[in-house]
Design a protein around this ligand. Sequence first.
Ligand SMILES: [Zn+2]
Length: 199
Amino acid sequence: MDHGIIRQLVRSLRALPGVSQRQAEKIAFTLLQDTAARAALDELVATLSLTDPCPRCGWFTEKSASCPNCGREHSVICVVENFSDLLGIERTGQFTGSYHLLGGLIAPLEGILPEDLNAEPLKERVEAGGIAEVILALPATIEGEATIHYLHELLAPTRVTLTRIARGIPSGSKVEYLDRKTVGNAIAERVKVSSGLSE
Ligand SMILES: [Zn+2]
């Protein structure tokens, strides 16, 4: 019996985040046998082909449609690492401004350098004017601190007020795992970013 097709399916599914070998095998068999599951997959692929990251803010938006995030009130911009952190802040209901998705944090050992981040477009957004404050909602990890330090230097010439959510975010944790109240407090009690790596 030729297992080539199944091996290929499993390999593709393993490329998805959080999918183990066993889960990939299970999903592969489901997709082969279940027409409803295949229809859902077709729909997923079709939707993905219609979306593009916004070149300004990194939010994903329908091709040729105007970006809903850039369309939000943007005198205050909240900088997050990724989409799940954005959802964590959105759930608090305490932030009504516009987001900026970096798409990662500086991690030289993993080969992620400042130029790999969606950071220059952030500077351009600030330089375009009308921005009162940029809030850095980044984790209190080595990578988070390195990224905060970099963004502080990058944005310094713009003289924009730069703050970070400091209190309530334990070291090593990520915004997305924290509960609504903790994140809400962290936003409310943000502090100004000073020069140097830490407060
Ligand atoms: Zn946008």
